[in-house]
Design a protein around this ligand. Sequence first.
Ligand code: NAD
Ligand code: ZN
Length: 365
Amino acid sequence: MTKITVDIHHESAQYPILIQDSIYDELNDFVNNGYRDRDIVIITDDNINALFGDKIQKVLANRNPHIRSIQPGERSKSRETKAQIEDEMLGKEFGRDTLIIAFGGGVVGDLSGFVASTYKRGIPVIQIPTSLLAMVDSAIGGKTAINTIYGKNLIGSFWQPEAVFVGMEFLVRLPEPEFLNGLAEAVKMAIVFDEEFFEYFENNSQKILARDNEALTHIVERCITLKKEVVEEDEKESGLRQCLNFGHTIGHAVESIAGYNEKHGFCVAMGMAAETQLAALTGALSWTDADRILKLLEKMHLPNTINEKYEKQLMYKKMKSDKKAVNQTPMFVTLQGLGKVKKNKNQFSFSFDKSTVLKAISLVK
Ligand SMILES: NC(=O)c1ccc[n+]([C@@H]2O[C@H](COP(=O)([O-])OP(=O)(O)OC[C@H]3O[C@@H](n4cnc5c(N)ncnc54)[C@H](O)[C@@H]3O)[C@@H](O)[C@H]2O)c1
Ligand SMILES: [Zn+2]
């Protein structure tokens, strides 16, 4: 078992992240020690519930948890679903002394965290991420959100969990596209923060794609440690946290044009390919390193080209209205090497001429 502790200085809070094959014993100990007097609501989705719902209910049987399963998918991250869960909890008279357990992927995690942060002005939540994306990204850092018709993740809060329990055994059942989706964000962490980790991906691609437990555990541990460091340094997303946005400026444009019907991780991979070329074009990154990044994406079964159907001018227009654009100018996390990004004081994203951005996109068409 690996235990990583996250220190949230701003809120003088601390929480553990436990990584092990099976989490049930530790979970049971944790809730029966610190949370003995609390009612428990498990929020999950129908896929996870069908696969692992019986088991978690059995493990926590002495606490008689209430289980609430939502429809799988991004559409459940809505005001409506939040209100339904809240009304159900209010109707069943769950008080301030309730503990929420978020049991699922990023959708369940973001939604449950947000419910927890506002229910009776805030109740504790434990995160149990079950998708690779949730393990390496969404369950760590305390960001919660729902979507609106105006865009994704526009309403939400920062709400730190009591603990995060990462169980590697869950990944065995994850569908392949979901697995690759999470892998894209993991590769991003290596590109942006850690050259040695990047080499690990290069040298262990077969094992990783075969979901070798040891390889995946290493990846999850490394990503969580890296994200923890970023979050501790920059809880409210002023500086360093910008780096997590590598590949996302162009990736979000693709995602938006695709009407959100293309997987986020795949769009980010396309974005990373184009933003890598952008860094090379502007002289910040060597062409040799750029080439290694494009090759690694391919090796990881991720896209490293952008389909012609995504029109460059339209992509640029989308980037200008992205929530991270500054005065309608798209901003880019700019690589200077493997594991190295350009920095100016507390700023980690930069703007470039429109023509250079369009040229970078052309290079991966
Ligand atoms: N809060 C943050 O910091 C943060 C960061 C990144 C992403 N996100 C959010 O995360 C969400 C995406 O998360 P996601 O990719 O986990 O999506 P998801 O929760 O929809 O899960 C993907 C699919 O995999 C299924 N699944 C999950 N674990 C499984 C398992 N072990 N076995 C079988 N099936 C399983 C789910 O039922 C679902 O169908 C987005 O809403 C995104 O905005 C949040
Ligand atoms: Zn992302």
